[in-house]
Ligand binder design. Structure first.
Ligand code: BES
Ligand code: ZN
Length: 647
């Protein structure tokens, strides 16, 4: 199988972007004049040829243009003995095509035992067919719907190997006494948890009745009932959401309030540290609402998962799921909290219609994240994070072999939705918005984004919709600020646009060059003044260490700053990757320990890739065999691809 590019396969080798693509200039002055004038004339360039929006989501079997699910009511029991969810899913639907006689759903490894159709106030058995299993898409479920039916009730159970669910034994949790299970449904794993129309183009309200062992708590991405911890829980999500935002977690989970409307769920051992680390979340929410309109989801809570969680964060509505590796003790990694919160507007409120437009979720969110970081932690922190993101982006783009995959709007024929989640969607998308902000001015741009979220709230959106909103608002008011050509180069062009402004951070300029002086041996590590360095300084410094630095120099740095035992997961990861590339053997025991303790893909995939590429395949295979029980099925699949012998 071909390696996917993207967030789930971050590119390893640093290659320098050809400098000609990007201009090194300081932030341009905003042009904020709102004058009445015609929109600018389009100029065609081949690179920026406008693509048609993808008409139908290719990653769903659902016949959502004919029959559309509007509500899901789950009634399920969570069995830790069998590692399955079992019960019923009742789906209400609208018949858009009045002649439609079947409802088509997605499923993946579900065992469906019976289906009933709700018609004339009664339930009657109805025929259904389950299609063959596709490795990525799962199976099509076609259900006959009598003319008068408005609902179907499906009796089913999940597979112990469901791709979207992880079942942890007690030993794999922090408390070590109770088992834990949780879902990760983005992009197309909701179908392994319940039969649904698993496409971001379809939104449904949902409710759930969930039973668990009585000592455990169940929580979902929905309003939680307020009853006691007794193994019987009910939930409701009154706002319509796409299936990928359906989420559940069950375990020995405690709660601590941060404010009246914000709190943290976590295993008891983690809860105090988490509440302290994420104490600025209410302020982030206040800033976001002030900029982009009211927070529409009621409460905002965080769930800190066990270390095996394969992601940094997941924006499940009302309840973002986050990795415990964000808890660094100094709030240095809370950008991910700002990111998941930002999805409450970009993604959860206005949702990419298909995964080809993933940048509308992730790029817009990364921009909003950066604005929230600026509002809460100041401009310098935000600029440092932009500069770090820029070097990630150039490295990633340099490694993408197919130029079409460097466009914001991707073609319909990408091989898997995860392909869409590269740094192109996240960071090129983010920088597109920084570009627009710099050209039209911050205040008009803020207004533009706010009205984007308002006008498309609870709807799917495409790149073409975004372009149209831009043309009708900012571009119409200030036609000279940016040409259509410049805009389309961002939206539809490959690589880095000629109008990209390379973000610089003065904090980094102050330390730039030191790594070469130190690497060259003219300066010892202890002579570098790191007393005021933040996590971001360290990341910038470590990432700039050249490939050919000797082991002796690395040992000097490691002995002075003890990088191999850094408790900050991002610093440790950056250091370990560097260590593997430079064959720095003293770090190997720490790398083995790290890979055995943390299941976050952002760290695992590049480290396993670096190991394989740097003659450490045996080490990688041994560590994987040992650590595999910890890893999520999604992570296992990716790592097994990395470790598979090249054909
Ligand atoms: N929505 C994503 C996670 C995701 C993307 C899951 C694609 C499945 C498929 C989430 O908001 C995210 O972007 N998480 C990032 C953190 C962010 C700060 C870049 C992560 O997990 O690292
Ligand atoms: Zn995101």
């Amino acid at each position: 199988m071909k390696l996917r590019t993207g967030y789930f396969a971050p590119i390893l080798f640093l290659a320098m972007l050809s400098a000609s693509c990007a201009k090194e200039v300081s932030q341009t002055e905003p042009i904020a004049e709102a004058v009445e004038a015609p929109a600018p004339k389009p100029v065609k360039t081949p690179a920026a040829k406008r693509l048609e929006p993808v008409d139908r989501d290719p990653f769903t079997y659902a016949n959502y243009k004919a029959v559309r699910v509007t509500d899901l009511a789950l009634d399920i029991a969570v069995s830790f003995d069998e590692r399955v969810l079992e019960g019923t899913a009742t789906l209400s639907f609208d018949r858009i095509d009045p002649n439609a006689r079947s409802l088509v759903l997605d499923s993946n490894d579900l065992e469906i035992s019976a289906v009933e159709a709700g018609a004339d106030g009664a339930w009657r058995k109805t025929p259904f067919k389950v299609g063959p299993d596709d490795a990525d898409l799962g199976s099509r479920v076609e259900i006959e719907i009598p003319e008068s039916a408005t609902k179907v009730k499906i009796a089913y159970r999940t597979s112990p190997d469901a791709e979207g669910l992880q079942w942890l034994s007690a030993e794999q949790t922090a408390g070590r006494e109770q088992p834990f299970m949780y879902s990760q449904n983005q992009s197309i794993n909701a179908r392994s948890m319940a039969p649904v129309q698993d496409t971001p183009a379809v939104r449904m309200t949902y409710s759930a009745h969930v039973t668990t062992p009585p000592q455990l708590l169940a929580i979902m991405s929905a309003e939680q009932d307020s009853g006691p911890r007794d193994g019987d829980y009910s939930f409701s999500m009154p706002q319509p959401v796409p299936a990928y935002l359906l989420a559940i977690a069950v375990g020995d989970i405690g709660f601590k309030a941060i404010s009246e409307t914000v709190g943290v769920y976590a295993e008891p051992a983690t809860i105090e540290a988490a509440a302290a680390e994420f104490g600025d979340t209410p302020q982030m929410e206040t800033e976001a609402s002030a900029l982009y309109g009211p927070y529409r989801w009621g409460r905002y809570d965080l769930l800190v998962l066990p270390p095996s969680f394969p992601l940094g964060g997941m924006e499940n509505p009302r309840l973002s799921f986050v990795t415990p590796t964000l808890i660094a003790g100094d709030k240095s990694l809370v950008g991910t909290i700002a990111h998941e919160l930002a999805h409450s507007w970009s993604g959860n409120l206005v949702t990419n219609a298909t995964w080809s437009d993933a940048w509308l979720n992730e790029g817009v969110t990364s921009y909003v994240e950066n604005r929230l970081m600026e509002a809460v932690f100041g401009r310098e922190r935000a600029r440092m994070e932009q500069a770090l993101a820029y070097s990630d982006l150039t490295a990633e783009i340099a490694g993408i072999e197919q130029p079409e995959l460097t466009r914001l709007q991707l073609p319909a024929d990408i091989d898997h939705p995860d392909t869409a989640f590269s740094d192109v969607a996240y960071i090129k998308g983010q920088f597109f918005l920084h570009f627009l902000e710099s050209r039209y001015g911050r205040a008009p741009f803020d207004e533009f984004l706010k009205t984007w979220f308002e006008s498309k709230a609870f709807e799917p959106a495409t790149s073409a919709d975004f372009r149209k909103h831009l043309m009708e608002t900012l571009a119409a008011a200030a036609p000279d600020a940016a040409s259509v050509n410049e805009i389309d180069e961002w939206l539809y062009g490959t690589g880095l646009p000629s109008t990209l402004v390379v973000p610089t951070a003065s904090a980094f300029e102050d330390i730039d060059g030191r790594e070469t002086v130190w690497a060259g041996g003219e300066m010892s590590a202890s002579a570098i003044d790191t007393s005021k360095w933040t996590t971001q300084h360290w990341l910038h410094f470590i990432n700039a260490i050249p490939d050919d630095v000797t082991g002796e120099r690395l040992r000097d740095l490691d002995r002075t700053y003890d990088l191999s035992s850094s408790a900050n997961a991002e610093i440790a990861f950056a250091w370990y990757r560097r260590a593997v590339k430079n064959h720095y053997a003293p770090a190997m025991p720490s790398i083995e320990e790290f890979l055995g303790r943390i299941g976050r893909g952002k760290f695992l995939y590049p480290l396993y890739e670096a190991l394989v590429e740097n003659d450490e395949r045996e080490f990688a295979e041994r560590v994987y065999a040992k650590s595999k029980p910890l890893y999520h099925p999604i992570a296992r699949k990716r790592i097994e691809e990395i470790l598979a012998p090249k054909t």
